[in-house]
Design a protein around this ligand. Structure first.
Ligand code: PAF
Length: 282
């Protein structure tokens, strides 16, 4: 049976017990409304540790003023059932007061430089400050040995890695492969906002990423590849925020450079903003 923990002391005691027994603890942070992408993180966590804790906390500090914090779906019972089936031992379900005892506006904030200044960071000002702020707290609360993050949020993973190294958290960070629907659409809580028609339309993002990777591998100039990708997305009914190819550290590669690359897209389809990426070698 999964144990649902709401009090920090109870969480700490449970993790302390496990560690005293020599057990390794894995952590999967989430905002709930869980889908197969999250459950695959839990299953991966099980292979890396003896006990798995997942948090479910809709974090107010990472939502912008025009984003969907109030309406973000909260489904803790279904989440608990899904986590249990995936092999999770404990669900950490803190209140906003437990997470931010001085209140959301008076909280100590963690601000990661550089990697937060581009792409998602540029389109969603303050978003990554909120993510780093809550994840640093979650790390202090759970004190895991290893934590799992999906590679779908490519830049988020880069932010977490930067923070963990810079603040010397003794935690191994594992990036897990993107889980896709059969049509290629990356799994995301936001997909539920898509109509049936939009769901099949949204698969065009993954196809566009593949076209971008093929074009770069074939030696096409990066800026032309990015422009054509934006045009292709618009033709397919999206409003793209960006469609870019970057080095793995998210800096801009020069044409002709070889090495690991990532193509990243953020685009709106109707009222839903979708992000996806594809890692490849150029
Ligand atoms: O990826 C998410 O769901 C959130 O950004 C995270 C890491 C749980 C922090 O709130």
């Amino acid at each position: 049976m999964i144990e649902i923990l709401n009090e920090l002391e109870a969480l700490r005691e449970r993790v302390r017990d496990w560690k005293r027994g020599g057990l390794r603890v894995a952590f999967v942070p989430t905002m709930g409304n869980l889908h197969d992408g999250h459950f695959s993180l839990v299953r991966l966590a099980r292979t890396r540790a003896d006990r798995v804790v997942a948090s479910v906390f809709v974090n107010p500090t990472q939502f912008g003023p025009n984003e969907d914090f109030a309406h973000y779906p909260r489904t803790p019972e279904a989440d608990a059932r899904g986590l249990e089936a995936a092999g999770c031992d404990a669900m950490w379900l803190p209140s906003v007061e437990t997470m931010y005892p001085y209140g959301v506006d008076a909280t100590v904030r963690v601000q990661v430089p550089r990697v937060t200044e581009v792409l998602e960071g540029a389109h969603r000002p303050g978003h990554f400050d909120g993510v780093a702020t809550v994840v640093s707290r979650l790390f202090n609360q759970v004190q895991p040995d290893v934590a799992m993050f999906g590679r779908k949020d490519y830049q988020q993973l880069a932010v977490i890695r930067y923070m963990v190294r810079d603040l010397a958290f003794p935690i191994e960070i594992v990036g897990a492969d993107i889980v896709r629907e059969t049509n290629g659409l990356a799994m995301s809580s936001r997909n539920q906002y898509l109509s049936v028609e939009e769901r099949s339309q949204a698969a065009a993002i993954h196809r566009c990423l593949q076209v971008m990777a093929d074009a770069i591998r074939a030696g096409h100039p990066r800026e032309a590849v990015e422009r054509e990708a934006r045009e292709r997305l618009v033709a397919d009914g999206f409003a793209p925020d960006y469609a870019v190819v970057r080095r793995h550290d998210l800096t801009e590669p020069a044409d002709g450079d070889a090495g690991p690359r990532v193509a990243l897209i953020a685009a709106r389809l109707g009222r839903t903003r979708l992000i996806d990426n594809l890692e490849f070698d150029a």
